[in-house]
Design a protein around this ligand. Structure first.
Ligand code: IPE
Length: 259
């Protein structure tokens, strides 16, 4: 089984509140279906999660009563997004069900507590793919917080027999510098622990879960001796499909773990 995260930057316009990219999600779902692989999907929140979360400081936990309506609004928005993603999966013939993490998991001082995963495991075993996503979770210490889809990727990689993990983003991979502003920026095709330490990275859009460096760290943690973790650009038609079919495509591969 292949584990894929559809990043919020690919499935939404991250700069504008609640803008879903239906055509792109439909295309990516077709590419996954046509690859013939069984895939477990996680998706990001994009502008359905980050905009309001940032405005109300949801990622910092409880500070004031004023945040409470936003906790509910953000959960509403990301569920809404997830149903739209799942609709596109169903349309191409991938049986899937949206599983809202905020209703099944909690955080303990920012750390995911995922003790009861039976429903998720039984869904996948039956071939009905559980779709998890970045969400607002209640926190035993801080009241509430944000849990990124990347964290669920790590959890699912522990629970299931995963051959390959793929992060679908809006960039070609990890670069030596920001390719948008630096003409000398070069794509780094393979990242290991040493390479990551030498890269300074910043996210240029409002992102409450840490941007590309956090993603690379999560990717390295998820890579093992026999399981690579690949970052690929989903805004380019056909690239995810080609990668899933085993072709060599422009991408960055995390190898060898983080220890
Ligand atoms: C963020 O999830 C969740 C919320 C802001 C509620 P992700 O970190 O997985 O989302 P993207 O991929 O960056 O949009």
């Amino acid at each position: 089984m292949i584990l894929i995260k559809l990043g919020g930057s690919v499935i939404t316009d991250k700069s504008q509140y609640r803008t879903f990219n239906k055509e792109r999600v439909a295309r990516l779902c077709s590419e996954i279906k046509e690859s013939g692989h069984k895939a477990l999907i996680v998706h990001g929140a994009g502008s359905f999660g980050h905009v309001l979360s940032k405005r109300h400081g949801i990622q910092n936990g409880y500070v004031s009563e004023e945040q409470i309506p936003a906790v509910a609004e953000v959960q509403y928005d990301v569920r809404d997004l997830s149903l739209m993603v799942v609709r596109e999966m169903l349309n191409v013939g991938i049986p899937a069900v949206s599983v809202p993490p905020g209703s099944c998991f909690v955080l303990d001082d920012g750390k995911l507590v995922a003790s009861d995963t039976e429903a998720i495991e039984r869904l996948a075993d039956a071939g009905v793919m559980p779709v998890l996503f970045g969400d607002v979770l209640m926190d035993r210490v801080k009241g509430f917080g944000i849990c990124s889809g990347d964290t669920f990727m790590e959890k699912l990689a522990e629970l299931f027999d995963i051959q390959k993990t793929v992060f679908v983003s809006d960039v070609d991979g990890l670069f030596t510098a920001d390719p948008k502003t630096d003409g000398n920026a070069e794509l780094i095709e393979v990242v290991d622990k040493n390479v990551l330490e030498n890269i300074k990275s910043k996210s240029d859009i409002d992102d409450v879960t840490g941007g590309i460096r956090f993603k690379m760290e999560a990717m390295l943690r998820m890579s093992t001796a026999d399981r690579d973790c690949v970052l690929v650009n989903g805004t380019v038609a056909g690239r995810l499909g080609a990668l899933l079919k085993g072709e060599t495509v422009i991408s960055t591969t995390a190898k060898g773990g983080i220890k």
